[in-house]
Design a protein. Structure first.
Length: 587
């Protein structure tokens, strides 16, 4: 969601900024813009649509040593050139990620002072506010610091000022921002992929620290005292953010799953036992698991494993709902927050509420040093590497693996780690299977259903989400017993129904439901680890049955590959589905 890039240095800033934006395209956006020093003034170029549309407006010979750039995912105001960033008011030009919650009251105050606004954005109001403070203070550092006391909400901001176009300022609050230095080049970005081409070392800003780049990098704390900060080394390189021969990032990332699973096991276990990287946990009487989107579905899938192995109740919450409901937790409750990005606004706020109430928190996160990772009491990293495709795949499989390991750790069942040994091999076997043949029977339909019970219903939720987000097929997941209470009326000749059976206990019940839809003409694709024959399906995908602790991990990849192949046949933008953002940093 929105991408930010800033640069000052020895190279031509414009291609650096554009390639930075391209590496952040995966975050999701609908317009893009750039501002750079051009002679003695600032030049702003913006366009709606892809970064390539912005590029088409830039002169080939445009040259500059300093600039800021942005991809916008519309929140306040429609997708338009006026609403695209950068925004300029008076002497100040900014790009902004986040939301200014009190923009309406600030707008009234600024209008009373004579400001007029061209766009519908909260960002233009923030820009005017900084300009106003700058006019009074005549010092941009002080003006930015004063701005933090007046706004509520989240922001990552890059700022340039007409009075000194050789300087770049930046600040963040609850929206990520990093700075990296390579020789005499300075890079600012909302996310690591934008800098990986140049360096894998960066500094992460804390809320309301201010960056000033002139001939060097200065970082100021909230009292405007200059400070030094530690560099973080990213565990990877620019290859991680490239397609490496795959047609899509999504396919590349699915293909990385065997390695990711191995990475997790290598990191948390040694010689078939948990090592020191896996913390121990006290005995809890209750577990809550919180997340958004796919992260929440990993919890739905893992819930019954936690309950069975630990014999305690587990409640799964969608983070945006959790925040506003009565929560019956206490000192014997562990609340687990799952997030690939570690920046999802609702999950982060849910974590803050929980910590505020003094409850133990554990984060399961991919992005190292992200907000959720840093703020939770404990963190387990899922070691999945950079995930670029909007639709999560390898991080999902990694989250499921991590949760299964956590179950064993909390239940003191180290002996069951042996069931993880074959996971990577089995995933490699699934990668070799042909899913296109099933996709051909699905891709022309506008509706699809996923049915299953228990763990399999959790898998259905993820399979259905994957399909709808990248193929735009209207797909729904149902606990199969519910079908008869309404949904079955939607089943007509050839309607695709993907039915999942991995749990022996409910096999026959689900199969009865599959028969009901098959009898009504549905095209039934049966995904199972039970190698049984019958007349209730049209096609069958059989996955190895290893053990309940790992079986669901194997069932996910076929669902991801079916969604991929369907979207491929529909010739869609698989890595960047419309309207979606990889990291949802607004509530
Ligand atoms: C977005 C992504 C989903 C992801 C969800 C939660 O909607 O498109 O793939 O599951 O956010 O993101 P998180 O980074 O918290 O796992």
């Amino acid at each position: 969601m929105c991408g930010i890039v800033g640069y000052k240095g020895s190279q031509n800033a414009i291609p650096v900024l554009i390639s930075g934006l391209e590496s952040l395209e995966y975050r999701g956006y609908d317009s893009a813009g750039v501002a750079f020093k051009s002679g003695k003034k600032i030049e702003i170029v913006k366009n709606i649509g892809k970064v390539s549309n912005l590029k088409s407006l830039l002169n080939d010979d445009a040259n500059s040593e300093i600039g800021i750039a942005h991809t916008r995912w519309a929140t306040h105001g429609k997708v338009s050139v006026e609403n695209a960033h950068p925004h300029k008011v008076g002497k100040i030009t900014i790009v902004h990620n986040g939301i200014i919650e009190n923009y309406a009251s600030l707008k009234i105050e600024l209008e009373q002072k004579g400001y007029e606004f061209q766009s519908q954005t909260d960002t233009e109001i923030l820009c005017a506010l900084i300009n106003d403070l700058y006019e009074t203070e005549n010092n941009l550092l002080i003006a930015i610091n004063k701005m933090t006391k007046l706004v509520h909400g989240s922001y990552a901001l890059l700022i340039m000022c007409d009075d000194n176009l050789n300087e770049l300022y930046a600040i963040r609050c609850n929206s990520p921002l990093i700075v990296a230095i390579k020789d005499n080049d300075y890079f600012l970005a909302s996310d690591v992929p934008a800098i990986l081409k140049y360096t894998n070392e960066y500094i992460l800003l804390e809320n309301n620290e201010i960056i000033k780049v002139d001939d060097k990098l200065h970082i100021y704390d909230e009292s405007l005292k200059e400070i030094n900060k530690q560099t973080i080394i990213f565990d990877g390189d620019s290859n991680d953010a490239m397609k490496n021969g795959y047609e899509h990032y999504m396919l590349k990332e699915i293909n990385e799953e065997p390695t990711v699973v191995k990475n997790i096991l290598d990191y948390y276990t040694s010689d078939g036992k948990f090592n020191d990287n896996m913390p121990s946990f006290k005995k809890y009487k209750k577990i809550f698991i919180v997340g958004c989107g796919s992260a929440c579905y990993t919890a739905d899938i893992s819930k019954s494993l936690f309950e069975k192995y630990l014999n305690i109740p587990v409640t799964v919450y969608i983070a945006s709902e959790y925040r506003y409901q009565q929560l019956f937790y206490d000192k014997d409750t562990l609340v687990i927050f799952i997030s690939q990005s570690g920046e999802t606004a609702d999950t982060l706020e849910a974590l803050r509420r929980t910590k505020n109430d003094g409850i133990d928190t554990l984060a399961i996160v991919n992005v190292v040093s992200s907000s959720i990772a840093r703020e939770a009491d404990q963190v387990l990293y899922i070691k999945a590497g950079v995930e670029i495709a909007v639709a999560t795949t390898k991080a999902f499989t990694a989250q499921l693996t991590m949760l299964a390991l956590l179950v064993l750790r909390m239940a003191n069942k180290e002996n069951e780690l042996k069931y993880f040994e074959d996971l990577s091999n089995e995933l490699n076997k699934i990668l070799k299977m042909d899913f296109k043949k099933y996709a051909k029977k699905i891709y022309k339909h506008e509706n699809a259903f996923f049915i299953g019970r228990g763990i399999d219903y959790g898998l259905c939720e993820e399979g259905s989400l994957k399909l709808k987000e990248i193929s735009y097929i209207n797909s729904s997941a149902f606990p199969s017993g519910e079908l008869k209470h309404g949904t079955i009326s939607l089943i007509t000749e050839d309607t695709p129904v993907i039915s999942i059976v991995s749990d022996e206990n409910i096999k026959y019940k689900t199969i009865s439901n599959i028969k009901e839809v098959h009898a009504r003409g549905a095209y039934v694709l049966w995904l199972t680890n039970k190698d049984e024959n019958g007349d209730f399906y049209d096609d069958k995908i059989v996955i190895r049955d290893i053990h309940e602790i790992v079986n669901s991990i194997l069932m996910v990849m076929p669902l991801q590959l079916i969604a991929y192949e369907v979207a491929y046949l529909r010739e869609l933008d698989i890595d960047k589905p419309r309207n979606l953002a990889k990291s949802v940093t607004v509530e």
